[in-house]
Structure formats: structure tokens, C-alpha cells
Write a protein that binds this ligand. Structure first.
Ligand SMILES: [Zn+2]
Ligand SMILES: [Zn+2]
Length: 345
């Protein structure tokens, strides 16, 4: 590899990743070039890897990955507040128009011209990435890469909870013990000071981790009937139910679990029919959420202050040359002790 080329992991076909050499990206005015050191593998990457779901460009061969962190390599003209050597984490939404109503109201994640790395344009699994300055967030020096790769996912859950009306002394049910569920329960236990956080999952190791990270009670949905078991723990229903499984069978039950006038936060894109009869009769508030606008810096601070543990979720580490194995571990049917994979460069 000479100085003008970089290594990159490209999805050549569904479930087939290839290590390729690409030209090193230039850095222009207002841009920052980051030498990537670590990339977290996220549920959002797996749709494109497998070629399923709402994939925008299923046939394009793009560099995979979007949860990147690294060190500033170079800055373009006009960037005065970052220097080579600074440790940073990236916001992978690299495209927005800047002049639609949503952009002008500070919600660029709703821009019709939104472009995300890793499945709409080239992603983070490469040596060097050039981004707009607005997509690069400085990290404190003490923060490990294990912790940094979870910051974007955490920011998305922070953004989601900002859509939910805060309730003091709340009873909360978190459906799902994947990374999003494990971020949510930490935010709800620590940030919301919820009276009760019940985590519902299907994997003993993840349920134990949920308890260690702040869940007051855990329910193994393989062993019990979900609605009965949760209702026994939350008489009258939960004030907030967070749906973070993406499983249709669970999504259909979320409204059953919420108290009258409670909120259902639907975090994973769903296939389930919404039971509008119950929504009306219980005056349920349904909240959706996507994107991270404005929440990356909050997520950095929460992790830096030790209020949320993102590093605890990283169970598997792979070098860039074994990115294929990282994606296969993340899509395996029986995950065992796996929670989240990280690729290091
Ligand atoms: Zn992600
Ligand atoms: Zn816009």
C-alpha cells in the first residue's frame, strides 16, 4: 500500500465483503480527514450486508460501517478548532441540504436529502474518511475506542428519549437487550431516575448484562408468557414501553404493556400492525424516532462522565482484514455471549 491508497472493506455482494485498495480521499474546505481506528458493527449495517430490509442501494458496492472513531489526520481550509492528532467520533449522517424546513429547524435527520454512511454512501471501514466538520466530535483523551464506537448508537437513543415526555418516578419496560435496549435502560435508570426499569430479552448473558447496567428486573421471554410476566411486575401497566427488538411478535404486544396515558416509544422500524383500538381507549402516546441530530455531544459527555457504559457492550474484536467474520458473528442465529462487534484498524 503506498501513501496515496488506503485499505477499505467493500460489500461486493450480499454477505460478501472484500478488502480493496482505494485512493486516499482528499480534504477540502470545511472538511476533516479522520484516520479511522475503530468501527462498531451496528444492526443498521446488517440490512445492507444481507441485502434485506429498506436498503437504498442494494446493488451498489459500498464501503461498510458507520460507527467510526479515530484520530484527525488533516483539516481543510476554514477548520480552526480541530488539529491532527485529536481523537474524534463521527456522525455518519454526512448529507443534508441545509435549506429545507427540517434542516432550518435543526432536524437535519429528517431532510429529504439525508445521506448516511455505510449503506447510502461509502462507510467507515477504511483507513481514511473525509467528512464535513459538522460530522466530527472531539473525544476526551481517556476514552477508549471500545467506548467511542458506541457513542453514535447511544446518541440515537438519547435523541429518541428526547421525543418522550419526561415523567418523574416512572415505571419503564425496555423490550430488547441488543445494544439499543442496553443503552436505553442505562439512560432510563441513570438519566430519568426511573422508579422501575424492566428489561425483556431472550438471551441469558444479555439479561445478566442488563441487570449489571441498571435494570431492576429482567424477564426472559423464552421462559414465560411476555405480557403476563411483565404485567405481574408492572401492575396497571408501564408509564413508558420502549420497543427495541424489531421483532413483529414483540412489537404487537407493546401497546398491551403500557398504562393508560402512557407512551410507547417505537425505536426499531416495525412490521407490526398498530392496535389503534387500544391506542384510543388507553389514550396511548406513540412516539417514533430516527437519527441523532444534536445528541452526539450529549452522548460523548454521558460516556466520558461514566454515566453510560458503552464499552461493556463490545464483546468481539476483529482486525479490518477480518471484517467479514465480524459481520457473520453479528448475524449469527445463536449469538451466545455476543453483544456487539468492533473492527479495529
Ligand atoms: Zn448504528
Ligand atoms: Zn434539508
Amino acid at each position: 500500500m503506498d501513501r496515496d491508497t488506503i485499505r477499505a472493506v467493500v460489500r461486493a455482494a450480499p454477505r460478501v465483503l472484500e478488502l480493496r485498495e482505494l485512493p486516499a480521499p482528499p480534504v477540502g474546505p470545511g472538511e476533516v480527514r479522520v484516520r479511522i481506528r475503530a468501527v462498531g458493527i451496528c444492526g443498521g449495517d446488517l440490512h445492507y450486508f444481507e441485502g434485506r430490509g429498506r436498503v437504498t442501494n442494494p446493488n451498489r458496492a459500498l464501503v461498510v460501517g458507520h460507527e467510526g472513531a479515530g484520530v484527525v489526520d488533516a483539516v481543510g481550509p476554514g477548520v480552526a478548532d480541530l488539529r491532527p492528532g485529536d481523537r474524534v467520533v463521527i456522525d455518519p449522517q454526512v448529507g443534508w441540504c441545509g435549506h429545507c424546513d427540517h434542516c432550518l429547524r435543526g432536524a437535519r435527520h429528517l431532510c429529504p436529502r439525508r445521506v448516511d454512511m455505510g449503506y447510502m454512501t461509502d462507510g467507515a471501514c477504511r483507513d481514511l474518511v473525509t467528512l464535513p466538520r459538522a460530522c466530527v466530535y472531539p473525544l476526551p483523551h481517556h476514552l477508549a475506542w471500545d467506548a467511542a464506537v458506541g457513542i453514535h448508537g447511544l446518541a440515537a437513543t438519547v435523541h429518541a428519549l428526547e421525543q418522550v415526555p419526561y415523567r418523574m418516578d416512572a415505571s419503564v419496560v425496555v423490550l430488547g437487550t441488543g445494544p439499543a435496549g442496553l443503552y436505553f435502560l442505562q439512560l432510563l435508570a441513570a438519566g430519568w431516575a426511573a422508579r422501575q426499569v424492566v428489561a425483556v430479552g431472550r438471551n441469558a448473558g444479555r439479561l445478566a448484562l442488563a441487570r449489571r447496567l441498571g435494570a431492576h428486573e429482567v424477564v426472559d421471554a423464552r421462559a414465560v408468557e411476555l405480557v403476563d410476566a411483565v404485567a405481574a411486575l408492572t401492575p396497571g401497566g408501564a408509564d413508558l414501553v420502549v420497543e427495541a427488538t424489531g421483532a413483529q411478535s414483540v412489537q404487537e404486544r407493546a401497546v398491551d404493556l403500557v398504562a393508560p396515558r402512557g407512551t410507547v416509544l417505537t425505536y426499531s422500524p416495525g412490521l407490526a400492525a398498530i392496535p389503534f383500538e387500544q391506542v384510543v381507549r388507553k389514550e396511548v402516546r406513540l412516539v417514533g424516532s430516527t437519527g441523532v441530530t444534536g445528541c452526539m455531544r450529549t452522548a460523548v459527555r454521558l460516556v466520558a462522565a461514566g454515566k453510560v457504559d458503552t464499552a461493556a457492550l463490545v464483546t468481539d474484536r476483529y482486525p479490518l482484514t477480518e471484517t467479514q467474520a465480524a459481520f457473520e458473528a453479528a448475524t449469527a442465529d445463536d449469538k451466545g455471549g455476543f453483544v456487539k462487534a468492533m473492527v479495529t484498524l
